[in-house]
Design a protein around this ligand. Structure first.
Ligand SMILES: Cc1cc2nc3c(=O)[nH]c(=O)nc-3n(C[C@H](O)[C@H](O)[C@H](O)COP(=O)(O)OP(=O)(O)OC[C@H]3O[C@@H](n4cnc5c(N)ncnc54)[C@H](O)[C@@H]3O)c2cc1C
Length: 399
């Protein structure tokens, strides 16, 4: 496998590095480094989003005709890698990573023209209404009722685990418009405004104390049928298409950065005069993680090679989703192990960007434990690791 880059791609890499040097502020780096959860808070998220939007780089994976960069696969890889190595925040995936590509693939011209520019500019912030209290892995069993009344659908029921519903002004969701012969039949893919009368968002606070997800209740919520994506009752195809984009994973670069942070930290901290980095048992764990990250890197290259032959990410995205979740969790475990009793102080106020509250121990201790707790969800959100394993077994390995 030839993994060297052409002169054009190396020059693009330099352009990206120059851009990051000039635009990735210390505040944004700090917000990303000390983010305790899986997603950045709205304020910093949108601050970075707007910088990228002004540069025209907010949607690296979208086609140029819809306002994307039109970058080829290697340019996108370089972008993901350089932003990961620079410690840049990610952008919220629900609009740019899921709803946008889904609309490009399945939306009407009118839907594309209306929604895509608003996703790019950040005017619309989306949340994903797939899961319900009794439907997660078995998503097709979902039961939020949508009954036709004139030109509208009237919604009753509830969605749960809805990330950032408390910030979103729009939701894409799956509703049950008909009880079909199979559960997949009779599902409709819908777009709605979060300020529609009858919608109530209730927070679900994690054990770490952070608020990322919610339960959303629908009480006679009217949605015009023009907001259906694809055909009524046929939303399952659209839903599955979107999941391929959700499950892509962010690449190996962010793990290189995470591991480097761990190495730096283990080099700084010492007990009884011995640096943690020089402790053979801990060093062996770091080296084993480095080998796994290298394996993720090569899996990423392999998937890129497959995508370069055309098409959407495909079921292989489940491989990256699983590997990414496991490595994110593993690095968070190693950080907790390294910090030992410095995990104990609970100082959420000290990790706010720009605060002047001194940390009781090393600054890494402000986020390590909440992150450890929150990252348990990585192997659940977006489809559990067990479900991804089923997909890989069936669709990739043909078992
Ligand atoms: C932090 C977080 C954020 C989320 N954000 C969103 C969001 O924004 N929007 C949204 O719609 N949903 C969201 N979710 C929901 C998420 O998609 C579901 O939690 C997930 O699909 C699992 O569903 P469940 O929780 O109902 O678990 P269940 O489906 O009940 O699974 C319970 C256990 O059984 C296992 N299991 C189930 N079926 C199988 C099978 N066929 N084979 C093997 N094992 C199986 C699972 O792996 C799991 O261990 C989020 C979840 C979390 C934790």
């Amino acid at each position: 496998m030839d993994i060297s880059f052409s002169a054009e791609h190396e020059s693009f890499r330099n352009e990206v590095r120059t851009f990051l040097d000039g635009n990735l502020t210390g505040e944004l780096r700090e917000a990303a480094e000390f983010c305790p959860g899986m997603f950045l808070d709205y304020e910093h998220n949108m601050a970075w989003h707007k910088i990228l939007y002004e540069k025209g780089w907010v949607a690296p994976a979208w086609p140029k005709e819809y306002g994307g960069t039109g970058w080829d696969l290697l340019q996108r890889y370089i972008w993901t890698t350089e932003t990961g190595l620079a410690g840049a925040p990610g952008t919220a995936p629900m609009g740019l990573g899921m709803c946008g590509p889904m609309l490009i693939g399945h939306g009407t011209e009118q839907q594309k023209q209306y929604y895509l520019p608003r996703i790019l500019s950040g005017e619309d912030y989306w949340c994903q209404g797939y899961s319900e209290p009794a439907s997660g892995s078995d998503l097709a069993s979902l039961g939020l009722k949508a009954v036709t009344d004139g030109t509208d659908l009237v919604l009753n029921g509830s969605k749960i685990w809805t990330t950032h519903a408390h910030w979103a002004n729009r939701m894409f969701l799956l509703v049950r418009t008909r009880d079909g012969d199979k559960p997949q039949h009779g599902i409709t893919f819908l777009l709605l405004e979060m300020n529609s009368p009858g919608i109530r968002v209730e927070p679900i606070v994690f054990a770490s104390g952070t608020h990322e997800v919610n339960q959303v209740f629908f009480d006679d919520v009217r949605v015009p049928k023009t907001n259906i994506v694809g055909e009524e009752d046929q939303g399952w195809t659209v839903a599955k298409y979107l999941l391929e984009f959700e499950r892509g994973g962010g690449g190996a670069a962010r793990f290189h950065t995470g591991l480097q942070r761990l190495r730096n930290f283990a080099g700084d901290i010492s007990a009884s005069g011995q640096r943690l980095l020089d402790d053979p048992a801990f060093a062996a764990k770091l080296n084993a993680a480095a080998v796994k990250i290298e394996a993720i890197q090569f899996t990423e290259f392999r998937i890129m090679a497959a995508i370069s032959k055309g098409g959407s990410p495909g079921p292989e995205s489940s491989i990256m989703k699983t590997l990414g979740a496991e490595m994110g969790q593993h690095l968070s475990e190693l950080m907790v192990e390294a910090l030992a009793f410095y995990n104990s102080p609970h100082q959420p106020e000290a990790r706010e960007v720009g605060q002047n509250v001194p940390a009781v121990g090393p600054r890494a201790g402000l986020t390590a434990f909440p992150r450890y707790i929150n990252f348990r969800a990585q192997s659940i959100a977006g489809g559990t690791n067990e479900v991804q394993a089923n997909i890989v077994a069936k669709m990739v390995l043909g078992l």
